[in-house]
Design a protein around this ligand. Structure first.
Ligand code: HEM
Length: 115
């Protein structure tokens, strides 16, 4: 069970790296759009692994901070909503990528500093 949790953390961290990678890729290759599909994959990976990490925390007797998890979930839903609403557009607003970047970094900050 502990090994499964470690695999989930491993995938969760790769998902974070994917989102950070998307920020850099988007700024370098298509600042004005279209949005890379990798955003959606990164969001889904974070959602699935994050929820699974919460699920596995209980049987392993780990503490779960529900407010912290709620904030992370809300931020991720905001990222997902912005991505879903703009994925099919050829041209995106100039504020879009900086906003996605800020929300992603915000969630990394919440994950690390909220203790
Ligand atoms: C953009 C979205 C997200 C990012 C960048 C992110 C980032 C991270 C990072 C960097 C960690 C490791 C922190 C540490 O161990 O000190 C972590 C852990 C964790 N995340 Fe996320 N996360 C995101 C979304 C979510 C969501 C939506 C959930 C739950 C629904 C979630 C649940 C968790 C849990 C439970 C852990 C703790 C793992 C453990 O140490 O047992 N995360 N996250």
């Amino acid at each position: 069970m502990e090994f499964v949790r470690l695999v989930l953390i491993f995938l969760h961290l790769l998902g974070m790296a994917m989102l950070v990678g998307m920020i850099l890729l988007q700024l370098k290759t298509a600042k004005d759009g279209p949005l890379n599909k990798g955003w959606l994959h990164g969001v889904l990976l974070q959602l699935v692994t994050g929820v699974a990490l919460v699920g596995i925390a209980y049987p392993l007797g780990k503490d779960v901070d529900n407010i912290k998890i709620g904030v992370k979930l809300l931020v991720l839903i905001a990222i997902g909503a912005v991505v879903a609403a703009n994925l099919s557009k050829q041209k995106i607003a100039t504020w879009l990528v900086p906003t996605l970047a800020a929300l992603t970094v915000l969630n990394v900050g919440v994950a690390v500093f909220w203790r």
